[in-house]
Design a binder for this molecule. Structure first.
Ligand SMILES: Cc1cc2nc3c(=O)[nH]c(=O)nc-3n(C[C@H](O)[C@H](O)[C@H](O)COP(=O)(O)OP(=O)(O)OC[C@H]3O[C@@H](n4cnc5c(N)ncnc54)[C@H](O)[C@@H]3O)c2cc1C
Length: 416
């Protein structure tokens, strides 16, 4: 088949690879000049377990607080109706999860996809001999005994799915991550020995090359300003007529909803912004070895080769293009509290702000739409890096008419 993909973030690039691998003629349209220039540029790095990414789904992380300088969710000056409705749905689902302590179906669907994705990523890494910065082990810091309570449903979903998560005391946590500050008070920690972190952008770039070797064509600086419905195709900005295709896969991240609306497809997708700071390593022994999640502040600190990346913050609604000052304060504070002396602040700092393309229940939309030939792979929220390889393979199987390796219940666009 002749297939167009809109968007060359981590999701578009992995989708291009799987479709090209299946023998399709793939054309990727990307408005930026390279792959992974938007949400996938400097994402936190947490790959596995995907469910432990802060903000991965309502009920997977602590209930979002809105007020005060320590709030985990910051609201912009003017929320749209869509953003207000998204927030209501997210908070309602998070509250229901916190009350019962049981994982709701979206949490289970997300865990299943994240687990499959990890297997697929490891397979691709080995079979294609992919080189990208990565490290092993995930440690969740529990600063107070209450931190575990807020994670009950996620922990259950992880363990029910076959994941290993050890409850460890503060001394054991320090032996797993010896760079943790002795001054940091810990009630304990949760350790996922099979956890992984990695550099999302680097992986996207090597996967773009692997896709090109299989014949995928990448058209950079090429904006799709409209999708054509009947017959299916893409209107490229500056061209008079649409380019026809047998199928179009929309992987346009946070900008997908606007492209879908004219075709009568309304998805409750919002952009939840956050930031990351990447700093050069100063002292190996004082830096994280794998990825560390600070449950209380919803931040992650990941080791990426010779750098450490701290990320977090959640901002809904209109804001500036710059990182939010309070988010940055939190990132620097948490990094200093956990790994003082691990990084150098004087030069080589990279500060980034990006959007998590979020649906209100957590999991992405992966599959067919009601428009013949139009497929979705979008809305991966806070765990697009963790989910990309699995959702790309599952979508390619659906397009080929094969039964995917995992149950896709809870991932269809029709659920909204
Ligand atoms: C602060 C922060 C920390 C994060 N940490 C993690 C983490 O630790 N682990 C994890 O798994 N995930 C994390 N994420 C989430 C992850 O970054 C996203 O889920 C993922 O990058 C989304 O990938 P994507 O390909 O869907 O979107 P994008 O990377 O945004 O790609 C979409 C692409 O579509 C292109 N595009 C859009 N519209 C058009 C158009 N009309 N024409 C042509 N091209 C178009 C865009 O230019 C863009 O390149 C984090 C996100 C943030 C913001």
């Amino acid at each position: 088949m002749k297939i167009a993909i809109v968007g060359a973030g981590i999701v578009g690039v992995t989708t291009a690879f799987e479709l090209a691998q299946d023998g399709h003629a793939v054309s990727v349209f990307e408005q930026r000049s390279a792959a992974a220039e938007e949400s996938s540029f400097a994402a936190g790095g947490l790959l596995a377990p995907g469910l432990l990414s802060p903000w991965s789904a309502p009920g997977a992380s602590p209930f979002p607080t809105l007020l005060g300088s320590q709030s985990t969710l910051r609201l912009g000056s003017a929320l749209t109706l869509a953003e207000m409705s998204w927030l209501r749905r997210w908070r309602r689902a998070a509250r229901a999860c916190a009350k019962s302590g049981e994982p709701r179906p979206p949490l289970v669907a997300l865990e299943r996809l994240a687990r499959y994705s990890q297997v697929r990523l490891l397979h691709l890494t080995e079979s294609l001999d992919l080189r990208f910065e990565h490290s092993h082990g995930t440690l969740l810091l529990l600063r107070s005994p209450d931190d575990t309570k807020t994670l009950t449903a996620a922990i259950k979903a992880l363990r029910d799915g076959g994941g290993t998560l050890h409850e460890v005391d503060a001394d054991t946590a320090r032996s797993i991550e010896p760079g943790l500050s002795p001054a940091l008070h810990l009630a304990g920690a949760l350790h996922a020995p099979e956890g992984l972190s990695g550099n999302c952008r680097q992986f996207a770039l090597v996967m773009r090359q692997a896709s090109q070797h299989r014949g995928a064509q990448f058209h950079f600086n090429t904006r799709v300003h409209r999708l054509a419905g009947h017959p299916i195709g893409v209107h490229v900005q500056g061209e008079a007529t649409p380019r026809p295709f047998d199928a179009v896969v929309l992987c346009a991240g946070a900008q997908s909803a606007a492209l879908l609306r004219p075709l009568g497809q309304n998805l409750p997708l919002v952009a939840l912004h956050g930031s990351s700071v990447s700093a050069p390593l100063r002292e190996e022994l004082h830096a994280p070895q794998g990825v560390v999640v600070d449950v209380q502040t919803q931040t992650t600190i990941a080791r990426l080769g010779q750098r450490v990346r701290v990320s977090g913050g959640a901002e809904l609604g209109r804001g500036t293009a710059q990182a939010h000052p309070q988010t940055l304060n939190t990132l620097y504070r948490v990094l200093g509290e956990c790994f003082p002396g691990g990084v150098t602040h004087s030069s080589g700092l990279q500060v980034w702000r990006g959007a998590r393309p979020m649906l209100p229940d957590g999991p992405p939309a992966v599959g067919a739409t009601t428009v013949p030939g139009l497929w979705l792979n979008l809305g991966h929220g806070a765990s697009g890096w963790s989910l990309a390889c699995g959702s790309a393979r599952a979508l390619a199987d659906q397009i080929a008419g094969r039964t995917p390796d995992i149950d896709l219940e809870g991932l269809g666009a029709q659920r909204f």
